[in-house]
Design a protein around this ligand. Structure first.
Ligand code: PMT
Length: 212
C-alpha cells in the first residue's frame, strides 16, 4: 500500500571546497539518514536518498543520489521534491561556503590567513516554500545549547511539520554514533521523546509518528 508513496531523504555532510585539495565540512557519517531510508524501504515506500560523501553502502532497493556540495544537494532535492509525499532532511548541510574556490592548490606560503564565506541556501526552507498539499516535511535540529528553544525556532522558521531534535553536545549520540536520542516536535505542539536508541530504532519511531 505504501509503494505509491515517495519518500525523499537527505543524509550525510556537505563539502565546501577551498581549493582542489581542501574543504570545510562536518562529522556527519550518514548513519541516521541511511537508517531512515532503509526503514522507509522496509515499510514499502519508494525511496530516494540524497547523500553527501559518506562511507556507507546505499541501502538495498533505495535510489541513491550522490552529491558533494550544498548547491548540488539543493539542486537534487528540488528536482526530486515535486513527486515526494514525505521529505526528511537529515543531512548536515554546511551553512556557509568559501566565497572563492581556487582552481589550483594554494601553496602553503600563499594560503590566506582569513577566508571569506557566503551563506548557502536553506534547502529545507526552500522546499517548504514550494510545498504541495499533503506533503509532510521533516527537519532535524542538531543543537548544543538550549535545544528545545532552538529546535522550536527552526520548526517555525523553516515551515516544517515536524522537527527531530538531537542534542549533539552529548558526544555519545548524534554525529558518527550508532545511537541517537531524539525528541520529535510538531507544529501542532506535540513533543514526543523517542528515547536513547540505535539509529535504526529511532528511524522506526520517526516514521511511526510522521506517517502512522
Ligand atoms: O549523519 P550521522 O553521523 O548519523 O549524524 C546524524 C545527525 C547528527 C547529522 C542528524 O541527526 C542531524 O541532526 N541532522 C541535522 C544536522 C543539521 O544540519 O542541523 P541544523 O540544526 O544545522 O539544521 C536544521 C535543519 O535545516 C536540518 O534538517 C538541515 O538538514 C536543514 N538545513 C540546514 C542548513 C541548510 N543550508 N539547509 C538545510 O536544509
Amino acid at each position: 500500500m505504501n509503494k505509491n508513496i515517495k519518500c525523499l531523504i537527505s543524509a550525510g555532510p556537505t563539502r565546501e571546497w577551498i581549493d582542489p585539495v581542501r574543504f570545510i565540512s562536518n562529522p556527519s557519517s550518514g548513519k541516521m539518514g541511511y537508517a531512515l531510508a532503509e526503514e522507509a524501504f522496509n515499510r514499502g515506500f519508494s525511496v530516494d536518498l540524497v547523500s553527501g560523501p559518506v562511507h556507507l553502502e546505499g541501502p538495498q532497493g533505495v535510489r541513491l543520489h550522490k552529491v558533494e556540495t550544498a548547491i548540488e544537494m539543493e539542486k537534487t532535492m528540488l528536482a526530486l521534491f515535486q513527486d515526494a509525499q514525505i521529505i526528511i532532511m537529515t543531512a548536515a548541510v554546511c551553512d556557509h561556503r568559501p566565497r572563492e574556490c581556487w582552481e589550483e592548490k594554494r601553496k602553503k606560503a600563499e594560503f590566506p590567513t582569513h577566508l571569506e564565506f557566503v551563506e548557502n541556501k536553506d534547502i529545507v526552507g526552500a522546499l517548504s516554500e514550494r510545498r504541495k498539499t499533503g506533503q509532510k516535511i521533516v527537519g532535524f535540529a542538531a543543537e548544543t545549547e538550549t535545544p528545545l528553544q532552538h529546535a522550536l525556532e527552526k520548526l517555525e522558521a523553516k515551515g516544517l511539520d515536524w522537527i527531530a531534535m538531537n542534542d549533539v553536545s552529548d558526544k555519545e549520540i548524534g554525529f558518527g554514533s550508532d545511537i541517537n536520542d531524539v525528541t520529535l516536535l510538531s507544529r501542532r505542539g506535540e513533543s514526543i521523546p523517542l528515547g536513547r536508541k540505535s539509529k535504526q530504532e529511532i528511524a522506526k519511531g520517526i516514521l511511526d509518528h510522521i506517517w502512522p
